[in-house]
Ligand binder design. Sequence first.
Ligand SMILES: *Cc1c(COP(=O)(O)O)cnc(C)c1O
Length: 429
Amino acid sequence: MQYYSTKREVAPVSFREAVIKGLPDDNGLYMPESIHKLPQEFFNNLRSKSLAEIGLTVAAPLVSEDIPQAELEQIISDTLNFDIPANKVKDNIYALELFHGPTLAFKDVGARFLARCLSYFSKDESQKVTVIVATSGDTGSAVAHGFLGVENVDVVILYPKGKVSYLQEKQLTTLGQNITALEIEGTFDDCQRLVKSAFLDKELNQKMKLTSANSINIARLIPQSFYYYWAQAQLSGQDLVFSVPSGNYGNLTAGLLAKKMGLAIKGFVASSNANDIVPKYLKTGNYAPTASVSTISNAMDVGNPSNFYRLQEIYGHSWDNVIKDIKGYSFTDAETKEAMKAVHDETGYVLDPHGAVGYLGLQKYLSNNKNVTGVFLETAHPSKFKDTVEEVIGTVDIPERLAKYASLEKKSKEMSADFNEFKSYLMGR
Ligand SMILES: *Cc1c(COP(=O)(O)O)cnc(C)c1O
């Protein structure tokens, strides 16, 4: 399978190159050249398949020219070493819980798969790959954990000093092994600028092999489609609609990929917070990116969603086709908190603010569409957003795999936001 750039100004590349490069030189996004339907036999027997078996069948046609079957099997079983249960919340409504991985958010799935693909591709290289990533919190920890202990790959994380939460900082700075955390005296934007400058620096790129593990890497998107099939396997015989709490629309786009590969999904709900660019587009046909606004579901505070052009490609840039499959709704913080409280009072289920937006979108959809089963993606464990959740419903338990970081020793290297200092640090590694 070759991967083309959505801007079509550069030649298509192999999966291997698309993963290593991350972004094509024309600043488009990589997409598979063709998306074929999987065999009917696979769908007929979905119920008897494991999550890893599903992953292998789905990923093989997309990557098999670059990763042999046995290696791919290993990569997938290492990636998905935790469950993704569809948990019944109430009649007709299920939460697909994507937070059972090491950092308690769905980004674990994509980050772990990408890390293992990169490790495989760098095996025969004489040079180690160095992943540099700027983070304002959660993405950095999913990426860092994804690469922890992975061979042939070093990770350097840049985070803004004093601007991430206590537990987030501990998650970034206590891993050790092949992970180094740089505490930058500056903002998140400074961290991003340093990373960008490093990629543009000729001398640095001659000395070492840098890569980005960016969230729009195609190797983060592909594994996110696995769990749509897995939901159908768990809820077989039911017509499913998925509500996806969205920011950069990677998760939703992965679901569209699953549908295009033959999974009989009835429909999608694009659920957003006040950053409602895509719901507005679905209503009017007009796509108008803006600056983002802050909300309590802050991982979805995106004003210019990076996967929008992939979504467009899947539908041949036809708004009429897009709106046949996707409905969009947006919700305020007040509505989100009300939903968290109502669901907890009624069922005992604890939503995090992102899942709550997904729940609200689903509820709205189901009020107009009967005879389908609704699944919303629960993208993070509620304890990751403890302050908001506790304000609404009282105390939440922190799972041991998050709580343990509190007692570990922080190890970071403080650095100014000056590129020359960052560069000489990298050159000296
Ligand atoms: C990243 C994230 C989202 C948004 O996912 P996209 O793929 O960017 O749309 C939603 N919820 C949580 C908890 C996230 O971390």
